[in-house]
Design a protein around this ligand. Structure first.
Ligand code: ADP
Ligand code: MG
Length: 230
């Protein structure tokens, strides 16, 4: 599903060169749910953005469904992202003047799909994330947790091969965080969605079966949660 091979990345500005990721290597199988754990500044968002094709790595390769995304042209990559990759942001990134349902439909609008078809898919996903009653409301009328549910539904509407989430519960209180993680686990188990979830919270990482840990841009741990030792 996903293979990250010898991935390194540096940020350049002028003569400054800041290495951020060093020779990262791992694979994710279909249906896995993975936490990408690490303290602030360890390189989690950079790694996620590279895997989601939002930027190009300095070296190494990222394969999604067998295709090396860093080799794709801009147009091809944009098309690939629209059809194969879902992304969930910490800050939801909903469009305020569109209804909940229209927000969820938006990726299909970009694919040129017809109205009735889009609407049915959006309604079905919104009921799966527990928002079947809120479809005609606007984002500002919802709580943070509900807005993140909208964003989760939107990330799934294209039936992506893999969904990346960057600190999806970072703006939420502990109780709502738990509800959102419960939802992601349920979607993983019932629909077989492959999730890679960035978090700096142990409580989130503990609930996934596999934890990949970054420290200062190095992959230092990859395996089942090993308890509270650290
Ligand atoms: P995390 O998500 O784990 O907090 P990031 O991937 O955001 O970490 O950042 C890793 C390191 O890369 C940090 O030292 C950060 O300052 C640096 N960094 C991130 N984005 C940029 C950028 N666009 N330009 C320069 N440095 C960056
Ligand atoms: Mg980050």
């Amino acid at each position: 599903m996903l293979a990250v091979e010898h991935l390194s990345h540096s940020f350049r500005s002028g003569s400054e060169n800041t290495p951020v990721l060093h020779d990262i290597d791992f694979r994710v199988d279909k249906g896995e749910m993975i936490a990408l754990l690490g303290s602030s500044g360890s390189g989690k968002s950079t790694l996620l953005n590279l895997m989601a094709g939002l930027m190009k790595p300095t070296s190494g390769s990222i394969l999604i469904s067998g295709q090396a995304i860093e080799k794709m042209s801009e147009n091809r990559l944009a098309e690939f992202r629209r059809t194969h990759i879902g992304f969930i942001f910490q800050s939801y990134e909903l469009i305020p003047h569109l209804t909940v349902r229209e927000n969820v439909e938006l990726p299909l609008v970009f694919q040129g799909q017809r109205g009735k078809h889009r609407r049915e898919k959006a309604m079905s996903l919104l009921s799966k994330v527990g928002l079947g009653e809120k479809t005609e409301m606007f984002p500002s009328q919802l709580s943070g947790g509900q807005q993140q549910r909208v964003s989760i539904a939107r990330s799934l509407i294209t039936q992506p091969a893999i969904v990346f989430a960057d600190e999806p519960t970072g703006n939420l209180d502990t109780k709502t965080e738990k509800e959102i993680i419960d939802l992601l686990i349920e979607l993983n188990q019932t629909l077989g969605i492959t999730f890679v979830i960035v978090t700096h919270e142990l409580e989130v990482a503990k609930r996934t079966r596999r934890v990949i840990q970054l420290r200062d841009g190095y992959l230092v741990e990859d395996g089942a949660w090993a308890g509270d030792a650290e």
